[in-house]
Design a protein around this ligand. Structure first.
Ligand code: ATP
Ligand code: MG
Length: 639
């Protein structure tokens, strides 16, 4: 029996859910009216499976909806409190952002950028990344942001795939006190890519750079340019951006998102999930290079005219108290982060967050991976002081915005640690078997989405066939996200990890999240990851990797026994790991996801493959060391 916590924010509007589930098209039709349109749509949804066009014939602009509409009353309001890794800070108002974005749009125009052209953005977490994105959106250019930790090869692949004629970068970026030479990486990346016409370089670190004939400095181009540029009315399905997925399961996919549907989805989910108010100080820790940064740092908060924090650096730099320091300094009211970050904070111990004043918090959220119930409870108790609802939000780059989450801004429902609760209104989600048949309650299966939703991707960039195969071929007329899940007796959804990672032990299917959560519930365990290796008897045997908390005194021999007993009791004897390896770190993507696929390759003695497309440049070496460490541990064990 799962624990249940009911913490509401005073909202209860059951009719919204009822209406939405009765007729999702009319429901989204009403939601879209929250945005400013230049001309209305004639058809709410044109569904030509698997291609959806929302708000057909309507014209809209994302930059207009995030900036122009706020100028009358909010031009002095802070849009972004920017906190540099080095402790410097900047305050960016809606008025300033408006002027800078228009200037930047004019710069792009003067460089020949036209509607539909692609612009690659390779910038650190500085306000200029927002200016660049909205500057593109204003004139209908398609931005493609690439995480600033990626190596030259990874960025080259993405520039080449999107055929961007402009690249925007910086001389360098800070990461853990070190300077990452971004411009140098771009020089290598665009070598041979003749279609790249210009590179705009922001001077962030004042690192010496080599300027070529293609290069222009940000400050120079922004100097004598007009701060007036009218937002272009664009068709609702005009592409707003291409964003490559995290690449946790393989080669990243170029996800293409539209405008009107995407913005409608974000406007509504931000209100329902975060209960956003004018007085809130919102802080999402995601890097803008990932979808969470696009949707819930750039577009959703700005659509609402909210105030938010943008932090440049690593969450534990210069020390483990950095994030709590920021929360206290700005009086953050809503905090949104990842289970991985939370497990790291937990590993550092309770004393650190306990020594900060965090009483301004009223709502907490997570995204990116299943959250272990133990970590959920820690977040609830130590950070939220049992006063804040926690929203565990499930979604993907492809979905554009949240699809499963508690919605305290809409209704008060019991929360169960580890469950994302219910789909958002208007979205029909089932858990099915291999044949697409709904499985009974409390039975594991595959998550499917049964009707289109407004934030849904348009397609994969330049590859409609791949779009059809990856998401729409496993089940007829349902979107297949590739996640493993179960629905409990209350209809609550529990995400159990990726379908690709499911372990098949003696005919039983076990999700990675179930086992990992079981291990993390041990007081000494900070993190864990499991994967399978072939086994003559069981078909597959389980290998577990465990990272311990900082102050552990129990021996690993005792811990191994405790963990095995716990798994036998909670999951079943069948799920007992064949081997448990205690390691200091787990390999992760920079968006914070554990790369089980790579652990599996190691455990199976296979080639790891190209990690540079998965990892940021600086972490590649670190990851390689983790692998070597694990290999050594394995070898030591087998001697
Ligand atoms: P790729 O598709 O290239 O392998 P990726 O799936 O890691 O990369 P994202 O779109 O960033 O790229 O991640 C979406 C995935 O993250 C989901 O499919 C799911 O597996 C996981 N996820 C996100 N949020 C949650 C959550 N709240 N609970 C469980 N899993 C989650
Ligand atoms: Mg994915």
């Amino acid at each position: 029996m799962a624990d249940v916590f009911t913490i509401g924010l005073g909202h209860n509007s059951p009719e919204i859910r009822k209406n939405a589930n009765f007729d999702f098209i009319s429901f989204w039709n009403e939601q879209a009216k929250n945005l400013s349109w230049f001309s209305p749509w004639t058809t709410t949804l044109d569904w030509n499976p698997p291609f959806a066009r929302w708000f057909v014939d309507g014209t809209i602009n994302a930059s207009y909806n995030t900036l122009d509409i706020h100028q009358a009353i909010k031009s002095e309001k802070t849009a972004i409190f920017w906190e540099g890794e080095d402790g410097t800070s900047r305050k960016i108002t809606y008025g300033y952002l408006f002027a800078e974005v228009q200037k930047f749009s004019n710069v792009l125009k003067s460089l020949g950028v036209k509607k539909g052209d692609r612009v690659t953005i390779y910038l650190p977490m500085v306000p200029e990344i927002v200016i660049a994105m909205l500057g593109c959106a204003r004139i209908g250019a398609i931005h493609t942001v690439v995480f600033s930790g990626f190596s030259a090869t990874s960025i080259q692949d993405r520039i080449n795939d999107s055929k961007s004629k402009i690249v925007i970068t910086a001389d360098g970026g800070y990461r853990r006190g070190k300077i990452i030479k971004l411009k140098q990486t771009i020089d290598d990346a665009i070598n041979g890519l003749d279609f790249v016409e210009h590179v705009i370089v922001l001077e962030r670190t004042k690192t010496p750079i080599h300027l070529t004939s293609k290069d222009k400095l940000w400050n120079d181009v922004m100097k004598n340019v007009s701060s007036i540029c009218t937002a272009e009315p664009l068709p609702s399905d005009h592409p707003l951006f291409i964003l490559y997925t995290s690449g946790t399961t393989g080669k990243p996919k170029g996800v293409l998102h539209g405008t009107g549907g995407y913005l409608t989805h974000l406007f509504s989910t931000f209100k329902w999930a975060f209960d956003i108010k004018d007085s809130d100080v919102f802080f999402c820790t995601a890097d803008i290079g990932w979808v969470t940064g696009h949707s819930y740092v750039v577009y959703a908060p700005l659509l609402h005219g909210a105030t938010q924090i943008m932090y440049e650096g690593a969450p534990d730099f210069p020390d483990a108290s950095r994030i709590w320091n920021i929360l206290q300094k700005y009086g953050v009211t809503i905090f949104y982060t990842t289970p991985t970050a939370l497990r790291m904070f937990m590993k550092f111990g309770d004393d650190i967050p306990n020594s900060f004043e965090l009483s301004s918090l009223r709502l907490l959220g997570t995204v990116g991976e299943p959250i272990n119930p133990e970590v959920w409870k820690w977040y609830f108790k130590i950070i939220g002081k049992k006063q804040c609802p926690i929203i565990d939000t499930w979604w993907q780059t492809e979905t554009g915005g949240m699809l499963i989450s508690p919605l305290p801004g809409l209704e008060t429902i019991p929360l169960k640690p580890g469950s994302g609760t219910l789909p958002i209104p208007g979205v029909d989600i089932s858990v099915v078997d291999e044949f697409g048949k709904d499985v009974p309650a409390n039975t594991k299966g595959y998550l499917v989405i049964k009707n289109p939703w407004p934030g849904m991707l348009l397609t994969l960039w330049g590859d409609d066939e791949k779009y059809k195969t990856v998401y729409w071929s496993k089940y007829k007329n349902s979107y297949y996200p590739g996640d493993y899940a179960l629905k409990d007796e209350d209809g609550y959804l529990w995400l159990l990890g990726r379908a690709d990672d499911v372990l098949k032990i003696a005919g039983h299917r076990i999700g990675t999240a179930e086992l990992e959560s079981c291990m993390v519930s041990n007081d000494d365990v900070a993190e864990s990851a499991v994967c399978g290796i072939p086994d003559d008897v069981k078909g597959e045997a389980i290998i577990a990797f465990v990272v311990l908390k900082n102050d552990v005194t129990t021996t690993t021999v005792d811990l191994e026994k405790q963990l095995i007993t716990k798994i036998r009791n909670d999951v079943g004897a069948i799920a007992s790991p064949k081997q448990i390896y205690f390691v200091s770190k787990l390999p992760k993507t920079r968006s914070g996801k554990i790369m089980r696929r790579l652990l599996k390759s190691i455990a199976n003695n296979e080639k790891i493959g190209d990690v540079s497309t998965l990892e940021d440049g600086t972490a590649v070496t670190e990851i390689q060391n983790v692998f070597d460490d694990i290999q050594k541990t394995i070898q030591k064990k087998s001697i």
